[in-house]
Design a binder for this molecule. Structure first.
Ligand code: BV8
Length: 235
């Protein structure tokens, strides 16, 4: 296996599946049970904020009960031991990567445990139920807090930094994502276009599997530690 100085990793819901969190598009997944147009768009929140708060309150409660798995820990270990740079971009809104010890981490779709004020735009940690009754801790406005989540049609966070990382990386690894949501699903093409090796680690080939030069398939808790151990051996 070759040595790669600058490694960028993109994760999706599949890396948290074995921790007990539902994915979105697998059988029985979140979007199989709920209508994303009623729950994960700014229009849905404007139309029915209580319903959207209820949906995210249930998921925020759910993440309190789960822990990182071997795949999360393998990525944290790579970051700690790799002599070069490791950047982790996650589409996930759960806190499992940081709980596993990952530091150089960007939540491009936001975080369940944060709220944002529509009045002052302040972002605060929020680990319990959120509703229109809550008051913004920064500006004192009541009823102006929303989940700090990127909904469909909204600009993902950290896009400028992500583009810089993709253009500079030697190895791009995609883990546990169906490759069906943009702009994340297009990152492999950007990385490839700038000369990176591209690897997909997933339960099964994703929508964009043909865009990767290498693919390893199986459960994340098995294939991710195995693959990361091979990278660390090169260091
Ligand atoms: C944007 C947060 C402009 C909420 C999410 C019409 C109007 C507006 C936009 C669009 C439009 N039509 C299309 C678009 C673009 C849209 C889009 O891509 N839509 C799709 C549906 C076609 N994108 C957007 O709107 C984005 N914003 O475009 O703004 C722009 C563009 C470029 C630059 C600047 C601005 C915003 C998208 C973000 C939406 N928010 N989530 C929440 O979490 O509640 S999306 C949601 O999907 C989650 O974030 C999730 O992470 C993400 C991707 O899903 P995955 O993580 O891949 O999960 P999935 O279930 O799909 O797949 C799981 C995979 O794991 C599977 O492959 C499975 O095999 C594997 N797996 C399962 N178990 C395991 C496993 N692998 C290993 N081990 C296991 N055990």
């Amino acid at each position: 296996m070759t040595y790669y100085e600058n490694i960028v990793i993109l994760t999706g819901a599949g890396i948290s599946a074995e921790s007990g969190l539902d994915t979105f598009r697998d059988k029985g997944g979140i979007w199989a049970k709920y209508d994303l147009m009623e729950l994960a768009t700014p229009e849905a929140f404007a139309r029915n904020p209580d319903l959207v708060h209820e949906f995210y309150n249930a998921r925020r409660e759910g993440v309190k009960k789960v822990s990182p798995n071997a795949a999360h820990f393998a990525l944290a270990q790579l970051e700690q031991s790799h002599p070069g740079k490791v950047t982790l971009i996650t589409q996930n809104v759960d806190p499992l990567h940081e709980k596993a010890g990952s530091k150089n981490l960007m939540h491009m779709h936001g975080e369940l445990n944060k709220a944002r004020c529509l009045t002052c735009h302040g972002v605060c940690t929020w680990q319990d139920d959120l509703s229109r009754a809550n008051i913004c801790p920064s500006c004192g406005q009541a009823g102006a807090l929303r989940p700090h989540i990127v909904w469909f049609g909204e600009m993902p966070f950290h896009m400028d930094d992500i583009t810089i990382c993709l253009e500079a990386c030697d190895l791009f690894i995609s883990i546990g994502t169906s490759g069906s949501v943009y702009p994340a699903a297009g990152f492999v093409q950007t990385a490839h276009g700038y000369g990176a090796e591209t690897v997909e680690l997933n339960l099964e080939p994703s929508d964009g599997d043909r865009l990767f030069s290498v693919g390893h398939y199986g459960k994340a808790t098995k294939i991710v530690p195995e693959y990361i151990a091979g990278l660390i051996k090169q260091d």
